[in-house]
Design a protein around this ligand. Sequence first.
Ligand code: SF4
Length: 759
Amino acid sequence: MSLDKHFFTPEGTDTYDFSEGKPTPWQSNQEVDRYVPTHCCYCGVQCAMYLKVAAGKVVGVEPRYDFPYNHGMLCPKGTTAYQTVNHPDRLTHPLMRRGGKGGALERASWDEALDTIARRFREIQAAHGNDAVAVYSGSSMTNEKCYLMGKFARVALGTRHCDYNGRLCMSSATGANELSLGIDRAANPVSDLPHADVVFAIGANIGECFPIITSYLWQARDRGCKLIVADPRQTPIARTADLYLPLRPGTDSALLNAMLYVIITEGMVDEEFIRARTSGWEETKAEALKYPPEPVARVCGLKPETIVAAARLYGQAKAALLYTARGLEHQSKGVDNGVACANLALATGNFGRPGAGYMTLTGQGNGQGGREMGQKASQLPGEREIENQEDREYIASVWGIAEPELPHAGYPATLMIPAMERQEIRACFMICSNPLVSLPDQHTVERALRRLDLFVVTDFFLSETAELADIVLPGNVWAEDGGTSTNLEGRVIKYNRAVDPPGEARLDWEIVCDLARRLGKGHAFDYHSQRDIFEEVRVATKGARADYYGITYEKINAQNGVFWPCPTEDHPGTPRLYEDRFGFPDGKARFHPITYLPPAEEPDATYPLVLTTGRVIYHYLSGNQTRRTPFLLEQAPCPWVEMHERTAERLGIAEGDWVTVRTRRGEMTVPALVIRTIRPDTIFIPYHYGHTQAANILTNPVLEPMNKIPEYKVCAAAASKAEQPPAWAKDFDPALLKLAGRNRRALPSAGGRVGPRVR
Ligand code: SF4
């Protein structure tokens, strides 16, 4: 193919020759055979890129300048994602544990592995019922695979227990969207951001978790947009905010209610919008009026005048965009927090216009599509409800089964763990998930997974979780298959296959279909490509809230993605929701009064600090991929604990000291990073590491009552100087730690608004 003349050449760049494990010069003189257009496999932005293929191998990446949202930009993860494809750690043949639970994982043939799985699943189901086998799926997979996993669980296994790791990520957002707006999708495309007069980011570390979105923020600010940030940590965008609110973790809904109080009492409510387009206002207004700024400021650890200033900035904007992410959602009150955000946006009429809306930023690559393809415990494809008779009958007809054969709702992922521990669930098929890093209270999770009679993991690396499996099936990375993904805007985009999987590794969807055949259900899984599966997705979602019927592979390519809902082939798609109506039958959004409740654990004499956890720019989720990428690992080689210099001084801790952090679940020892960009009552540990480096050894497994997301962002903790380093420290290069510390050290706060850039 002919290349755009603006493409840079890779000469002079270094890469790594994984076969030798040391840096070698870039293969700059090697001809690139093909440039395959695709998208980054990591976060929900799903930046467009070309993969460079030479001699059947992916050898590099070029950003795509011609795609409408990343315009040639890629963050550090995107530029290095291709290095996972040829990585020496790739699984290249099936593995089976021989000699019982204490035995080793050894090479097996595909026939032996798949026949064993099918036989054991059938035996376990015959002895304990169909629901004794669970499917634990992922959301960093194509829509086609997410759809396939929901169908595999319900049709091939006939189990009600099917859920996915998006439970740990997007379920608070889903709950709030469904309660308030009626559709579980971002209200606006990212291109709306530059039209905002005010952006309010609460619990959203945009600069590190969605780096490319930052450029849109700057476009908005170039035309005078004000930025409000509420976060216990002064994140990169917070350092440049017009107004920064360092709120105490877990107090989000109190702050949002107090802002609504000010908006009501100072006459900034959009009465006409509320009357014409919403219901339930009076009850919500009455509740919000119980939250004057002065007492709320004490709860949130803020100054009352800061809350008033934030409310005025937001309430007076002609168009305001409210962004949230896991900071607000990873809480036992996560759904309430999201509803409180929606209340604020609805009260000020901030929906259905450019620059006006409420968006939860999706963390996983296909966190949006993954939650609407029918792999959730309570859902069928298209955001259809598994307990709705009409939805059940429709999907049963698409799948060629009688409606009574379709299982009912099962356990969400977080409740599968206790069910495994009490041996109600006795076998599990897991794909593209790493709960032994990502679930809270790791000791309990490990105990539960070890109790399974049969544990099968499909993945492309031997993750911490796969190490525990009885059978490991080698699957594909994103560059080895096609299919669609739905980004954080609700835009359906297309991956394209660049190379074949290595060794005996197979495409994930082929593995699942092969297993379905061995379970006697091959007739329902007679697909020959991801396109075949997508054609069925179109039919399965037809007429549903998340309607993909009008989306085709050709249309995605022609339009640079298509936003759902897209009900017919001549429909252009729907970039902005709620222009005329919300997603409920009466077309009106619904206010819900929110009563602030404190986090499940609050500091006390034994655990006087608040521990919060999160991401850093260099790693993705459980780190199964990014910890194998040399540049990313070098930048963030191990976890650390960030603490304020006043806290460190009080505890006698200096930068680089080993610190033991304790909670009611366990303890871990990590190096200290002493900073000023965090509340003195709060400490932070990144969660991308495994085994004894897993922050989730410490976190609280308490769940949000409706959507069952854990409270990753708030628990009571204690910290003290460690008597000795952890065992893993002996393998650790202190120079790397120093480098990591430097990278985490924040620039001094800008102390207020950073003006427009000089072009
Ligand atoms: Fe873009 Fe996200 Fe990939 Fe970074 S990680 S390149 S922001 S999709």
